[in-house]
Design a protein around this ligand. Structure first.
Ligand SMILES: C[S@@+](CC[C@H](N)C(=O)[O-])C[C@H]1O[C@@H](n2cnc3c(N)ncnc32)[C@H](O)[C@@H]1O
Length: 423
């Protein structure tokens, strides 16, 4: 029997995921500790390196050294090229898919994606379905922004139920979409708890939307920075002032910036963000909306801004699906529905592990965790059976956790002595 999780329940399948300290970071840290002498030592050494001005001697090769160097443009692109392998999918994409316009605007309610995230985050819980995220502040934001939608959730409105459950139809909908937001929220929550447990004191939430982590998971001494488009940031600030009492919920610093126009370092510059401190960067639900060049700039900004030992979490769309090499009808439907909202999928990332390692390496990060949909479903929604035709999570999204590594340093075999001064 499937177990439905209430907010206080502790026995749901979700709870069987990794514990705060026992997750993949801990495993990876243990592995890397065995391999290179300890992640903590390395972070401390990294800080020394960052402060040092002269050349340093690196006794062991950096863990970044054994990853192939492939051009970024090969690893991340918009997937529009038509090849012999994918022309049938492309044909489907441009002929059959547009007919979906007959029902998609109704099914997706015309809400912008960050509003939809809010409703999907709460849907399973509100409608008594198995769920795994703990975001108990999302309903407050949702009810303020979309009072009718909030009422439908509270009353378990049948129309909304059928419409949202209809998303799970293989060829007409986007199977697993609601679970995707549920599980992604939980995965990033867990990553953030681990980072704070491990002593990280700064969190930058990029494209924050209606993310509530700063208010739910904040701890004394931890600073949060929420970056979003200027109008979205201002609206969020007003909502937070109205809904969350300042004495109970710590305030992040709101940073209004269009990251396609302004670099992250410049956006953070007016705040008290300290780039010498280890930082957790969260980029949830954004990178596929950026053209590859903007995604690359964002990663370059992290290469420039993030201190050694900083962590990065983001989700992405598999390049194989984006380019049509692999056919998922749900993806084709989702692509049109976001297009209807004026928000286009513009980049996919090669999901093969070595390729992900290669992308991260370019920007000074090493891979800690690459999770595909099947693994995420097994971790957080293990009560749902995996079916290829109607998967419980969309199989074309991937999830990456990385850590800023020591820069690869050159071994110095001989040092020239400076000329002696004459007395
Ligand atoms: C799909 S929503 C995700 C919101 C949130 N991270 C979540 O998962 O609920 C995408 C967010 O990215 C923001 N965004 C889109 N383009 C952006 C840009 N160029 N610079 C900054 N933020 C951007 C939008 O305003 C929106 O809040």
């Amino acid at each position: 029997m499937v177990e439905t999780r209430s907010r206080s329940a502790t026995a749901s399948p979700a709870r069987r995921g990794p514990s705060a300290r026992g997750g993949a970071f801990a495993e990876a840290a243990a592995a890397s500790a065995a391999a290179d002498g300890g992640a903590a030592d390395e972070a401390a050494f990294g800080e020394l390196v960052a402060k040092a001005s002269g050349p340093m001697l690196m006794p062991e090769p950096s863990p970044l050294d054994d990853v192939p160097d492939v051009p970024f443009a090969q690893l991340c692109h918009d997937g529009t090229a038509v090849t012999a392998r994918n022309w049938l999918v492309k044909l489907w994409r441009y002929t059959v898919v547009p007919t979906k316009q007959l029902y998609l605007p109704w099914m997706f309610s015309g809400l912008p994606t960050n509003y939809l995230m809010l409703t999907y985050r709460t849907f399973n819980r509100d409608f008594g379905l198995p769920n795994c995220n703990d975001d108990d502040l999302a309903p407050l934001l949702r009810d303020e922004l979309m009072p009718d939608r909030g009422r439908m959730h509270r009353e378990r409105d049948l129309g909304l139920w059928y419409r949202t459950r209809g998303l799970d139809m293989t060829y007409l909908g986007v199977p697993g979409l609601v679970n995707f937001i549920d599980a992604r929220t939980r995965w990033i929550d867990d990553g953030m708890k681990r980072a704070l447990d491990d002593g990280i004191k700064q969190v930058v939430i990029i494209a924050a939307g209606y993310d509530t982590r700063a208010y739910r998971l904040g701890r004394p001494g931890v600073k949060f920075y929420e970056v979003d488009l200027p109008h979205a940031s201002e609206k969020k600030r007003e909502l937070v002032e109205k809904l969350f009492p300042a004495d109970k919920y710590p305030r992040p610093q709101f940073i209004g910036a269009d990251l396609s126009q302004v670099g992250l370092a410049d956006a953070l510059a007016p705040s008290d963000f300290d780039r010498s401190r280890r930082t957790l960067y969260l980029i949830e639900g954004l990178v596929y909306y950026l053209p590859p060049v903007a995604f690359k700039s964002l990663l370059s900004a992290l290469a420039e801004t993030a201190a050694v030992g900083s962590r990065l979490y983001f989700d992405f769309i598999n390049l194989s699906t984006m380019s049509g090499d692999v056919f998922h009808p749900g993806f084709e439907t989702l692509m049109v529905s976001v297009w209807n909202k004026g928000e286009y999928f513009l980049s996919g990332l090669d999901e093969r592990e070595q390729c992900v390692r290669a992308v991260l390496k370019k920007f000074g990060f090493r891979l800690h965790e690459l999770v595909d949909a099947k693994a995420l479903a097994a971790r957080y929604l293990s009560h749902l059976e995996w079916k290829d035709k109607a998967p419980p999570l969309p199989p074309y999204f991937g999830y990456i956790a990385g850590e800023k590594a020591l820069p690869p340093l050159k071994r110095i075999d001989s040092v020239e002595a400076p000329p002696r001064r004459r007395k």
